[in-house]
Design a protein around this ligand. Sequence first.
Ligand SMILES: [Fe+2]
Length: 195
Amino acid sequence: MDKHMRLRENKHAVDRVQPIVDAHVKQVQEFGRIVKLPIALSEKVCAHSVENLNQILADTMALRDLYKKHHWQVSGPNFYQLHLLFDKHYEEQAELIDKIAERIQTLGGVCIAMAQDVVELTLVPRPPKGREDFKVQIERLLQAHEIVLRGARSMAQHSEDEKDEGSTDLLVSEVIPHNELQVWFLSQHLFGSKS
Ligand SMILES: [Fe+2]
């Protein structure tokens, strides 16, 4: 095959992989809409839980990314220990995110997924792009954990009242204890460090 023929073939290959998506492509389910599954919960209950879980998902995704930022940017006398700890917590938060998102889909909802969605929804404050002292990093993480925990406790109360045991169980058995444990591990690094 000569060079020109190869170039022509490549051009056709490129044409074939051109994306067809644009703003007008029809969605199979719009965000905020419930497509009921036969799980013996009313659409109203599912919609409530989906809305609440999307808030917890957004805050957890922000917390996960805060862990990776600090994993990369940490410095100081505990560098190696914190570098590893931040990544361990990142992985654990990523597992929680998957469970929360799949719970939303199980309820017939649509989970948020992209960074832009997180930015719109999360209550976790945006940190600066630059690096911060490890104590400030830990304080930011503790603040984000408390936002997640406050939301999770409040939602667990609602889902219990509405008899959505699956969501209550996810919050009470997974989200709350994992976040509490991570708060303990983090906060011990600040013990005795304040004047
Ligand atoms: Fe890494």
